[in-house]
Design a protein around this ligand. Structure first.
Ligand SMILES: Nc1ncnc2c1ncn2[C@@H]1O[C@H](COP(=O)(O)OP(=O)(O)OP(=O)(O)O)[C@@H](O)[C@H]1O
Ligand SMILES: [Zn+2]
Ligand SMILES: [Zn+2]
Length: 802
């Protein structure tokens, strides 16, 4: 038998299958998806994954044997193996990179090089090793030239050698478990034999006689009876009980369980949506639904019912949420409903917890998975339903290699498993909504809030006209007054400070003018290195203005402000208000999101002030006011999606107000009160926004009318990067005969990251079968360019333009 293996070496030359003979004794254990250790090159050993098992090979030479199989149960299912083949091609990534992304990080190998002696009775060898049997090369000080010289000398004469170790970091947690072996009658006899002062042993015997609930963990038993480990050892020696090792899972603890609201009667719209979803699940159709439901319309309840139905059908369900730490409420609801059947996967867990949750899934013990982006690779079998909540969220796209979008993966898995896919949002991405228009997706709508109330009223405050409170130009008097009223009424306020595109563009405080590119109509970004304003789409540059080109006022400034500054200001303006601040600084520690949100939920603060992270998913009944301090930053960000993102953000954050009995209202401060994204967010009219934005995209030849791919070239030498980018552009124009639209090359907005200059080309195309092959070619060529310090990567459907 021959195993075809992808090895753990991420490089162009190794991005293919290597064949190994399977030794006879391993033939029964090796499977597609097994993790193995194989010899590689002259004397290396590396980890790899079995992709297929075949009987014959075309290889002329002698195949090497694979050395070992690491796990009892293969970590990859055949489905994931297939998925990796498709995904690596689709997003221009190495297959091994994808495979490693699919698995918990503890399954990544640790490679160690160690020195071992080959002769014992040698003075120099003994000097080097002392008492040790081996030396880890990583522990040798490479500055110590005498040691290095000695090692090299000994290696040359074969007195020592280097061994390569592949170690798995995956450790299973085990506990010692107690089982009784004697009957209670026999134990009573033992009890009588004991010395009168052997209190601990008496206690233990009495327990064993009366307590039938065994096996029990040794630690628990020791704690419960207040006895020592020595007593248990004595008991084991006397043959009263046996101790055995048992595996336990490290489970992430949830701090509190929600009241289980199983008793809610679904509203007619919810029933209708649910019916269509369950019909599809029960009929094993790979239908994709877009569940477009206004904020507070009870999408979660539809998900929970759909999951329950899927489980009843004997299938499993996978639910993605944007960022688990931001949506603890959602996770708790799923756990409250499905208990131990739920596994949770997200970045806040320890490595051990992640590994154990993952194993519960792999062993088919967990039937429901809730997690952030990478949970889309959960090794669930018999998948019946995939849900992506807040499907428009950009966190579903990984912005580093491998640049996959969880939605694309979900689509593939849905198709493979004949599973139903539900994309839910109050503000769907334009791409998804457009597909629903073309009946690629089935549209389901929830138009009403569950509390029978209308959506909160939104008022726009024009910052060009407004009266500011205090000395700063951040908070208007009207917003401050509104907050004061809420504080007096003991109602709560959520305040959003929009940090996107922070401080990188120029805004006139007198007239609201934003400095834009004359060619592209998107804002110019400040480049500190050159002290210039640059368009990072077309490359246009101009000087930093000293007065407003529109109204000639000298009040034109870089725009931006921080949460901390706002907190201080609020403290002065409304001293009696209790403020919770949520931003990158206050949420660094594990569990801090949850702590802040729980405190707010317990009414321990009047104001929750934060960045984008507070905008979505939160369901607090006492919040009656939402304030947006600056709606404009997102709008001026140089990105064709900025209107969409602004609309989404404003609609989502507005949706946090008035979700229960109390009516909510929203105040939005802006310099652009006439901008359609803001005007339509005011009426929270997604459908009208969608139609209007589609026209804009149509005119600009942007998605969803065009597909996009971003090619980035980076180098330490700015000229080299630029030159290579232009070469690629010329090739593209020649080979694709002008059927694609090309923007750039331009330096990226933050063009110098980690001492590297970045140039990017945005390719827009309709249907271009040849482009894919061409992009693969560019990337293959990039491997040779690496020698010259050039790096090239390709981002399919980029979400961020640096
Ligand atoms: N059928 C129902 N009857 C009464 N209350 C309901 C019903 N369904 C859901 N709810 C309640 O309505 C509130 C809002 O629901 P949910 O959080 O699911 O909204 P959502 O659509 O996810 O909103 P958002 O997009 O803003 O997150 C919740 O408190 C939920 O418990
Ligand atoms: Zn431009
Ligand atoms: Zn001006």
């Amino acid at each position: 038998m021959i195993a075809q293996v992808v090895v753990d070496v991420a490089a162009k030359q190794t991005d293919r299958l290597f064949e190994y003979l399977v030794p006879h004794i391993l033939e029964n254990d090796v499977q597609v998806g097994s993790r193995v250790v194989v010899p590689f090159g002259k004397s290396r050993k590396v980890q790899g994954f079995v992709i297929s098992l075949v009987d014959e090979t075309d290889y002329e030479g002698q195949l090497k044997e694979l050395l070992m199989i690491v796990d009892e149960l293969p970590p990859l299912t055949p489905e994931l193996v297939d998925l990796s083949a498709w995904l690596s091609q689709y997003i221009f990534s190495y297959r091994i990179t994808i495979l490693k992304t699919m698995l918990p990080s503890v399954l990544r190998a640790n490679y160690r090089k160690i020195l071992v002696p080959l002769v014992k009775d040698d003075l120099e060898v003994r000097q080097l090793f002392g008492e040790k049997q081996e030396i880890d090369l990583a522990e040798i000080d490479d500055q110590d030239s005498t040691i290095i010289a000695s090692i090299n000398r000994l290696l040359r004469v074969d007195k020592i050698k280097i061994e390569y170790l592949v170690e798995s970091r995956a450790k299973v947690k085990e506990i010692s478990e107690i089982t009784a072996v004697k009957s209670s009658g026999e134990l009573r006899v033992e009890l009588e034999k004991l010395r009168a002062n052997a209190h601990q042993q008496q206690k233990l015997l009495n327990f064993l006689i009366t307590e039938p609930k065994l096996p029990l963990s040794q630690t628990e038993l020791e704690q419960q009876l207040a006895i020592s480990g020595a007593t248990i050892k004595v008991a084991a020696d006397k043959g009263w009980l046996t101790r055995s090792k048992a595996e336990v899972y490290r489970r992430p603890i949830t701090t509190q369980t929600n009241k289980n609201r199983n008793d809610l009667v679904l509203l007619p719209e919810q029933v209708q949506a649910l019916e269509q979803i369950t019909t599809s699940v029960n009929a094993d159709t790979a239908t994709t639904f877009l569940l477009e439901g206004v904020t507070g319309s009870g999408k979660t309840e539809v998900y929970l019912h759909a999951i329950a139905n899927t489980l009843d059908e004997g299938k499993t369900a996978l639910m993605l949420v944007p960022e688990i730490s931001l949506t603890p409420q959602m996770v708790r609801q799923v756990q409250a409903r499905f208990g131990d059947a739920v596994a949770v996967l997200h970045s806040g867990l320890s490595e051990g917890e992640k590994y154990d949750e993952w194993r519960r899934i792999r062993r088919n013990e967990a039937k429901v998975v809730v997690g952030a982006r990478s949970a889309i690779f959960a090794p669930l079998q018999n998948l019946g339903l995939i849900i992506i909540d807040e499907e428009h969220e950009s966190s579903y796209k990984q912005d580093d290699t491998p640049r996959y979008h969880a939605r694309d993966v979900a689509f593939w898995r849905s198709d493979y498993n004949k599973a139903t896919l539900v994309l839910g949002s109050a503000t769907p991405s334009l791409e998804s909504r457009a597909r629903a228009s073309k009946n690629v997706y089935q549209l389901l709508t929830l138009t009403k809030r569950t509390n029978q109330q209308s959506l909160p009223t939104v008022k726009i405050l024009d910052l060009k006209e407004a009266k500011f409170a205090g000395e700063q130009f951040d908070l208007t008097q009207e917003l401050v007054d509104a907050i004061k009223t809420r504080v007096q009424r003991k109602e709560q306020t959520i305040l959003l400070l929009n940090r996107r595109g922070f401080s990188s563009f120029m805004l006139c405080r007198s007239c609201g003018f934003v400095l834009k590119c004359p060619n592209c109509d998107i804002s110019l970004t400040y480049h500190k290195s050159t002290n210039q304003m640059k368009c990072h789409y077309c490359g246009h540059t101009e000087a930093v203005p000293t007065s407003c080109p529109n109204c000639h006022s000298d009040e034109i400034r870089f725009y931006g402000t921080g949460t901390q500054k706002i907190e201080e200001e609020l403290g002065k303006l409304i001293p009696q208000a209790r403020i919770l601040r949520m931003d990158v600084d206050t949420t660094r520690k594990k569990g801090s999101y949850e702590r802040i949100l729980n405190a707010f939920g317990r009414n321990e603060a009047d104001i929750l002030l934060g960045t984008q992270m507070i905008a979505k998913g939160l369901d607090f009944s006492n919040v009656t006011l939402v304030g947006v301090i600056n709606a404009d930053t997102a709008l001026s960000f140089p990105d064709f999606r900025s209107a969409e993102k602004t609309f989404q953000l404003l609609t989502q954050v507005s949706g946090r107000a008035g979700r229960a009995a109390l009516k909510g209202s929203v105040l939005v401060q802006t310099y652009n009160p006439e901008h359609y994204a803001i005007v339509l967010a005011q009426s929270q009219d997604y459908e009208r926004f969608y139609h209007q934005e589609m026209q804009v995209r149509h005119q600009g030849n942007y998605p969803p009318y065009f597909f996009t791919s971003l090619i980035s070239v980076s180098s330490k030498n700015e000229q080299n990067a630029a030159k290579e980018a232009f070469i690629i552009k010329r090739k593209l124009m020649r080979e694709l005969n002008g059927r694609v639209l090309i923007l750039g090359p331009t330096p990226s907005a933050v063009s110098k990251i980690k001492q590297h200059y970045f140039y990017q080309i945005l390719v827009k195309y309709k249907r271009e079968p040849e482009l894919n092959a061409f992009l693969h070619e560019i990337q293959d060529a990039a491997q040779t360019q690496k020698k010259y310090g050039l790096n090239i990567y390709i981002d399919r459907e980029p979400d961020k333009f640096m």
